[in-house]
Design a protein around this ligand. Structure first.
Ligand code: ZN
Length: 213
């Protein structure tokens, strides 16, 4: 119960900060939300996008899943949680940016790299992370015989780019990107170094963001 008490105490602090201290913010948010950015990030407890970007309630529309993956457009009768959130953010909230936020030491990508068969990872995880299989295959081809840590890191980054490609398979995303109303971004958080890397399409590489003023 101690863990839950900690969460309740946290909610009390949130209440003090946002409903007593900064009441104007929630007065506005009670009327509706208009976030400018959709973030797709990992469920990993260490990479909360709101904390990493020091964002306030109402700033980010967030989808979190194992390994921060976007599946390709698949209009069928299966349950598509990520696609539904994407559709809501793009078509109803009209976000201007979609950010795929990957990270180092990702358990989902680590599992994908380690296992030869998706079934080894459990009933659901293996099939889910298999979305990133093309990224794994590319890395194993380009970095054959390199240390496993290097391959995992490369796959974490390659899967961010794969998710960006998958975003463009959604007609409502592609159309807005082509019209210049929506931009797509790939970010990578290195949690060992506390460093953020952003993908630069013209250089075709992830570049470190300087934290010094
Ligand atoms: Zn992860």
């Amino acid at each position: 119960m101690e863990d839950i008490k900690t969460l309740v105490a946290g909610f009390k602090r949130f209440h003090t900060n946002y409903f007593e201290g900064e009441s104007e913010l929630f007065d506005e948010l009670k009327e509706g939300q208009s976030p400018k950015t959709l973030v797709v990030s990992c469920s990993d407890s260490r990479v909360d996008p709101a904390i990493l970007t020091d964002s306030a309630p109402g700033d980010l529309f967030v989808v979190r899943n194992v390994a921060n993956l976007v599946p390709p457009y698949q209009p069928d009768s299966a349950y598509h949680g990520v696609s539904a959130a994407l559709e809501y953010a793009v078509c109803h909230l009209n976000v201007a940016h979609i950010l795929i936020l990957g990270h180092s030491q990702c358990g989902g990508i680590g599992g994908l790299m380690e296992c030869s068969c998706a079934d080894e990872l459990g009933e659901f995880i293996g099939h889910w992370v298999d979305i990133a299989r093309p990224a794994k295959e590319k890395v194993l081809e380009e970095l054959a015989n390199k240390p496993k840590e290097l391959q995992a890191r490369a796959c974490e980054q390659a899967s961010i780019l794969l998710s960006i490609d998958n975003l463009l398979t959604f007609p409502f995303v592609k159309q807005r990107v082509e019209a210049g109303n929506l931009s797509l971004h790939g970010w990578y958080f290195d949690l060992q170094e506390g460093a953020l890397h952003r993908y630069n399409p013209s250089a075709a590489e992830f570049e470190a963001v300087h934290t010094q003023a």
